[in-house]
Design a protein around this ligand. Structure first.
Ligand SMILES: Cc1cc2nc3c(=O)[nH]c(=O)nc-3n(C[C@H](O)[C@H](O)[C@H](O)COP(=O)(O)OP(=O)(O)OC[C@H]3O[C@@H](n4cnc5c(N)ncnc54)[C@H](O)[C@@H]3O)c2cc1C
Length: 446
């Protein structure tokens, strides 16, 4: 079956506030300095702290703890040496940034004096306070921070081949910087002629749930710029009954897509792809399958906890986060609910929302402080509200800054940005200001 959607309409008018936002950019450094400040007091301890994962969360908390703990031993376990600025992937994948802007070296951000084990954790054994690495090394700890991020479960999509991204109209922004660039190459080729674009969304929790929407807005904008929009149709296939989990954002995006002529199909889960034949297979909740032909396909994989966490005693055993094997933390303190010497940080946490870099910015100081309290023999005192944020690009030169908490309440933090209103300033934040802010988080400065 080949589906159709309504024809594309004209783009929204240029943002009239562009010059005002340019002026406001002068205040950019305040963004990095505003939220969260390193707590001053230090604690003397000989405790051994193991941090699993050397992404944004792992490095941010290592930097904070190395300032707060006098005499502690800190070990980071992660084989990955390249540090990717993942929020930049959507910019690479839509032709805004070159690839070299999203890759740095983890070593440049690690605090001095820590130990780095360049292996993965294969097994978490919290009953004996040890982790076992892929090389078979047993590492004992007094305290553990789990910051392993998510596992991209492409294996759930029959026929999917990561090596094919970039060819045959196949895109997927998520896996790595190279895939993001290959996704742009496929989009660039596609927009020359246009045709049928199929964008997808799985049913699982996602890191940056705005990224599939950004890719859709930008694909449509690239078609418009290339003059091939009239020969194209863009359809978003959601495995859910919405396109975003926060109702106000969902309603806003759907209204925009209606105006832009982007079609939406609900409860359609991508379960297979025939890359050579350019056919995508979807299943509805009853298990009925339908095949959709495409000229361009954007694959967003289901996401879950990495096996080492999912198969460990640290994972949720029941409730909404059990199926994905997410880490069982208290959503306020981010302390493990059954192992009090374990904390979780970032995308791995089994909490209602909060899989963005902005979440780590707000929660790394809380995890560091609560761990310091526990080391000092006190109870965790800081509570996280689930702050989640992403600048939702709506076209080149315009974005909306979406900020919300666990309850899905909008929590705007910058006076010059109206939630759900697109602006040039939000776009400038995304392309110019957020990488320096991200690096300040990594270094434990904000
Ligand atoms: C396409 C895309 C767009 C995004 N856009 C935005 C945005 O606009 N705004 C925003 O705020 N956020 C955005 N994000 C999300 C943001 O990048 C993540 O939320 C953030 O990186 C989470 O940090 P983390 O430390 O939890 O995970 P990561 O930074 O992913 O790090 C996890 C680390 O754990 C390691 N690891 C995995 N398994 C193991 C193991 N078994 N043992 C040891 N180490 C392990 C990995 O190698 C990795 O280094 C985006 C992400 C993507 C992919």
């Amino acid at each position: 079956m080949t589906r159709t959607s309504s024809p594309q309409s004209a783009p929204p008018p240029t943002d009239p506030g562009r010059r005002r936002w340019m002026a406001a950019l002068g205040a950019a450094p305040a963004l990095a300095a505003a939220a969260g400040s390193a707590r001053a007091d230090t604690v003397k301890t000989r405790a051994h702290i193991v941090i699993a994962g050397s992404g944004l969360g792992g490095i941010a908390v290592a930097n904070r703890l190395s300032k707060r703990l006098d005499g502690a031993r800190i070990t980071i376990v992660d084989a990955k040496e390249v540090h990717n600025y993942q929020p930049g992937y959507t910019l690479v994948a839509t032709g805004v940034w070159p690839i070299d802007k999203v890759s740095d070296r983890n070593a440049d951000f690690h605090p001095h004096g820590i130990e780095w084990v360049k292996e993965m954790v294969a097994e978490f054994a919290p009953d004996t306070n040890t982790v076992v690495t892929t090389g078979g090394r047993k590492i004992a700890y007094d305290f553990l921070i789990v910051a392993t991020g998510v596992h991209l479960d492409y294996a759930q999509i029959e026929g999917m081949d990561l090596k094919a991204i970039g060819s045959n109209g196949l895109g997927s922004v998520y896996p790595n910087a190279e895939a993001a660039l290959a996704t742009w190459n496929a989009m660039d080729t596609f927009r020359a002629k246009g045709g049928a674009a199929v964008m997808t969304l799985p049913a699982t929790p996602l890191k940056c749930a705005g990224a599939p929407l950004k890719m859709t807005f930008m694909l449509r904008d690239r078609l418009h710029q290339a003059g091939t929009l009239k020969d194209s149709r863009v359809t978003f296939h959601s495995a859910l009954s919405n396109v975003f989990g926060v109702k106000a954002v969902n309603d806003n995006v759907l209204q925009r897509w209606k105006d832009l002529g982007i079609g939406v199909e609900y409860t359609q889960k991508l379960v297979g792809v025939d890359i050579g034949a350019r056919k995508a297979v979807f299943a509805n909740p009853e298990g009925e399958r339908s095949t959709v032909s495409y000229d361009y396909l954007h694959v967003v994989p289901p996401m879950r906890a990495p096996d080492a966490v999912k198969n460990s005693p640290l994972a949720w055993k029941d409730g909404p986060f059990a199926a994905g094997g997410w880490l069982e933390v208290d959503k306020g303190t981010l302390q493990h609910r059954r192992y009090p010497n374990v904390f979780g940080l970032g995308d791995i946490n089994g909490t209602p929302r909060g899989k963005t870099a902005a979440t780590v910015k707000k929660s790394a100081p809380i995890v560091a402080d609560n761990l310091v309290q526990v080391i000092a023999g006190r109870s965790p005192a800081e509570t996280f509200d689930g702050y989640t944020s992403c600048p939702l690009i709506v076209r080149e030169g315009s974005a909306m800054l979406i900020e919300f908490d666990y309850e899905g309440r909008l929590t705007p933090s910058l006076p010059m940005i109206e939630p759900l209103q697109e602006s040039y300033f939000a776009w400038l934040m995304k392309v110019r200001m957020l990488k320096p802010a991200y690096q300040a988080v990594l270094k434990g400065r904000v």
